[in-house]
Design a protein around this ligand. Structure first.
Ligand code: PAF
Length: 284
């Protein structure tokens, strides 16, 4: 496995691989890799000839009071995981390799960003599309792999690829969960033992919402309230940021569920904000 710290090195290596006509699969990450990332690497390995993973904690997607400085980082551990999953090249640039004082273009997300996490993290998705646009231009992948756990990000990346005509096939990948259902996340290490036990209710509340839909409930607000009530009953340490039932991937408020829908939630713990969701397709 190669490790590129500069755009030049990465491009030189990729140019070599492209000469032989191989396809490139790209998994962008912020590091502190876990099984969720591993599943993206495996999927990329299955799909493309060469797998590139970026490990870059992107400053522009963190707000002034968010955890950019303290976001968990362990590059040696990341290299071990990436190598064990068959990643061919890890791209680990410095901030100055991606951003410079002479930058003069800004990107702004104008749809799908003012709900869910976008509401409590203004500017977050502008930062995500900004870095992804740069990374897509640098790597020029044929496929890009994103987890469904970040469902709003996935919906926005779909819009980014379409709007900017990137010749990239987006591959959504299933959320990887702990045995008790908690979605794997780099931020889970920040939960106390008690918080970790309680956090099982995030997925349980979503499962309850899914069952209601499967049993025929079509009133979005009633489902939202049932999920909310489950969380309010069981969370003693966590504070609910939001529970929403929206159309997917459009992320619009709906009254009645007739098409694919997302039930999404976010909960604040002392040192971590956790998100999770289920996406449910309605048979026609
Ligand atoms: O999902 C993430 O880890 C980040 O938002 C991403 C896509 C790597 C962009 O920085």
């Amino acid at each position: 496995m190669k490790v590129a710290y500069t755009v030049k090195d990465l491009r030189d290596w990729l140019a070599e691989s492209k000469k032989s006509g191989g396809t490139i699969g790209f998994v962008p990450t912020m590091g502190y890799l876990h099984d969720g990332h591993a599943s993206l690497f495996y999927k990329a390995k299955e799909t493309a000839d060469i797998v590139v993973a970026s490990v870059f904690v992107n400053p522009t997607q963190f707000g002034p009071n968010e955890d950019f400085e303290t976001y968990p980082r362990d590059f040696e551990h990341d290299l071990r995981i990436a190598e064990s999953c068959g990643v061919d090249i890890v791209f680990h640039p410095d901030v100055s390799e991606i951003y410079s004082d002479s930058d003069m273009i800004q990107l702004k997300v104008t749809d799908r960003a003012d709900v869910l996490c976008g509401k409590s993290r203004p500017g977050h998705f502008d930062g995500v599309v900004t870095v992804l646009t740069r990374l897509f231009h640098i790597v020029q992948p044929d496929y890009a792999f994103f987890g469904k756990k970040d469902a709003q990000q996935l919906a926005i990346v779909q819009g980014l690829i379409q709007t900017l005509h990137f010749p990239i096939r987006l591959i959504p990948c299933e959320t990887v969960r702990e045995a008790d259902g908690l979605a794997k996340s780099s931020r889970n290490v920040r939960l106390s033992v008690e918080e970790r036990k309680e956090a099982v209710h995030l997925y349980q509340s979503l499962t309850l919402g899914r069952h209601l839909i499967e049993k025929g409930e079509r009133d979005a607000e009633r489902i939202r309230q049932a999920v909310m009530a489950h969380l309010e009953e069981h969370l003693k340490l966590g504070r609910i940021d939001y529970v929403e039932v929206l159309s997917y991937p459009q992320l619009k408020v709906i009254e009645s569920i007739n098409d694919t829908v997302i039930i999404a939630l976010a909960v604040f713990y002392a040192n971590a904000r956790l998100i999770d969701n289920v996406i449910i397709e309605i048979p026609s």
